[in-house]
Write a protein that binds this ligand. Structure first.
Ligand code: SOE
Length: 388
C-alpha cells in the first residue's frame, strides 16, 4: 500500500496554486511510493483558504500556520508566503519534525537562511527550496551536456531575467499582491526575486561564484503603500546588473529588471566553453540550443561547412523528465517544473539521496544575493564566501 505524504501548504497565491497542482498530479505521472494527500491549506484570510479547498481539493482550511505546523496529520509543510514569513514557519515546522519545502528565495538574508538550514539539519527532516527552473527539461539537459564535458573549459556565463510589470509609478507597493515591491517584506527586489533563480541555475551548471560587483537602480523612488495608503519611499532594487567570477576561472554577467518593456518573464542563459556552448530561453522552453565545436569522443574539431547551432527539441523520452509525460514531439509547460521538482523531492526521500537544492544549498545562493546587494551599496567587489 502506498505511503501517504500528507501536505500542509501555507499561502494561497501564485505559488500556492503552482505547488497544489504539483501535489495533485504527482501520482498521475511519477511512479513514486508515496501518495500526496492535500490535507491543509492555510491562509491568514480564512475565506481565501476555504475557496482554495473547493478549487484544489484540500481536506480543510486553516488561518493560523502555527496550528498547522503542529497538526499530527501533516508530514510536509510547504511555505508559499512572502519572504518575511519563511524563517518563522520553517523553524516551527522543523521543530515539530515536519519535512519542509520553501519557496525561493529561502530567506530575507544569509543570517536567516543559515538559521533555517541549521534547523532542518538539527531536526533531521527532508527539505527543499523550489528553484523550479532547474527542472525545465532543457535546462536539465544543459546540465547533462556540461557534466559530460561537451562544453570543455568554460569562459563565459551570461544570464538575463527581465520583466516589465512595475514600470508604471501608479503601481502600489505592499499588500498581498505587491509585497515583492516592499523591501521590509521581500528583503530585496529583483535580486532575491529573479536573480536568485539565475544564480541558483548558474552555480548548478557552472559551479561556485566567488566574487561579484554590482549596480542596482530604483527607478520609481516613491509608491503608495497598498496597506497604509501612504506614499512611501521604495527600498527595493528595481533593476540589478552584476559581474561575477566563478571558481572555475570563467566570468559571468547577470542582468535583471522589471522595467524591460515587453519582456514578461524573459529568462535566458548561455555558457560558452572551448569545446561548445549552450543557450536557453524560457520563452521557448522546449528548446535547448547547443553548439558543438569539439567532438567529445575523438576530441576532434567538429566545425565544418555544416557547422551551426543545434536547436534540440527537448521532448524525447531520452531527455530529462520527458519519459513521464507524452509522446516525443509533444511539450510540457511551466507548471510541470514544479511537478518535476516535487517528484525529485519524493524520490530523494525514497532513495535516501536527498534532492537538491536543499536549504543548505540555497544558503549559498543567498550568499551571492547578499554580496550583490552589498556590492551595489559600496561600489566594491565583494567576496561571496560560497562553499559548494
Ligand atoms: C515575479 O513576478 C515572479 O513571479 C517570481 O516571483 C517567480 O519566482 C518567477 O519565476 C516568475 O516571476
Amino acid at each position: 500500500m502506498a505511503k501517504e505524504l500528507r501536505v500542509g501548504v501555507v499561502g494561497c497565491g501564485f505559488m500556492g496554486r503552482a505547488h497544489s497542482n504539483a501535489y495533485r498530479r504527482l501520482n498521475n505521472f511519477f511512479p513514486v511510493e508515496h501518495r500526496a494527500v492535500l490535507k491543509v491549506i492555510c491562509d491568514s484570510e480564512l475565506a481565501k483558504a476555504r475557496k482554495f479547498v473547493e478549487v484544489w481539493g484540500y481536506e480543510r482550511a486553516e488561518s493560523d500556520w502555527r496550528e498547522m505546523v503542529e497538526a499530527p496529520d501533516i508530514d510536509l509543510v510547504d511555505i508559499c508566503v512572502p519572504n518575511i514569513a519563511h524563517r518563522d514557519i520553517a523553524l516551527a515546522a522543523a521543530a515539530n519534525g515536519k519535512m519542509v519545502c520553501c519557496e525561493k528565495p529561502l530567506a530575507m538574508n544569509v543570517a536567516q537562511a543559515e538559521e533555517m538550514a541549521a534547523a532542518v539539519e538539527k531536526a533531521g527532516v527532508a527539505n527543499m527550496v523550489w528553484f523550479n527552473y532547474r527542472r525545465v527539461p532543457s535546462i536539465a539537459l544543459a546540465k547533462q551536456i556540461i557534466d559530460e564535458g561537451r562544453i570543455g573549459r568554460p569562459f563565459h556565463y551570461r544570464a538575463t531575467y527581465l520583466q516589465d510589470w512595475t514600470i508604471s509609478p501608479d503601481v502600489p507597493q505592499g499588500g498581498d499582491a505587491l509585497w515583492r515591491l516592499d523591501l521590509s517584506v521581500a528583503g530585496s527586489g529583483v535580486t532575491g526575486d529573479l536573480l536568485a533563480h539565475s544564480i541558483d541555475t548558474a552555480m548548478w551548471l557552472n559551479g561556485p561564484i566567488t566574487r561579484v560587483v554590482a549596480k542596482t537602480e530604483t527607478f520609481v523612488k516613491e509608491r503608495v503603500h497598498a496597506v497604509s495608503g501612504k506614499v512611501q519611499p521604495v527600498g527595493i532594487d528595481d533593476a540589478c546588473m552584476f559581474l561575477a567570477e566563478f571558481s572555475n576561472g570563467s566570468m559571468g554577467t547577470f542582468e535583471s529588471t522589471r522595467y524591460a518593456r515587453g519582456r514578461k518573464n524573459f529568462n535566458t542563459l548561455e555558457l560558452n566553453g572551448a569545446g561548445g556552448s549552450v543557450y536557453f530561453d524560457l520563452e521557448e522552453p522546449e528548446y535547448l540550443q547547443f553548439f558543438e565545436y569539439q567532438q567529445l569522443q575523438s576530441g576532434k574539431k567538429a566545425e565544418s561547412h555544416l557547422t551551426g547551432w543545434r536547436k534540440i527539441h527537448t521532448t524525447n523520452s531520452e531527455h530529462p523528465y520527458m519519459k513521464h509525460y507524452w509522446v516525443p514531439g509533444t511539450c510540457i509547460g511551466y507548471e510541470h517544473t514544479f511537478l518535476n521538482a516535487l517528484a525529485d523531492f519524493v524520490m530523494g526521500i525514497e532513495s535516501g539521496q536527498p534532492t537538491q537544492p536543499d536549504f543548505r544549498n540555497a544558503v549559498e545562493t543567498q550568499k551571492v544575493c547578499d554580496a550583490v546587494i552589498e556590492s551595489a551599496r559600496t561600489g566594491q567587489w565583494v567576496a561571496t564566501g560560497v562553499k559548494l
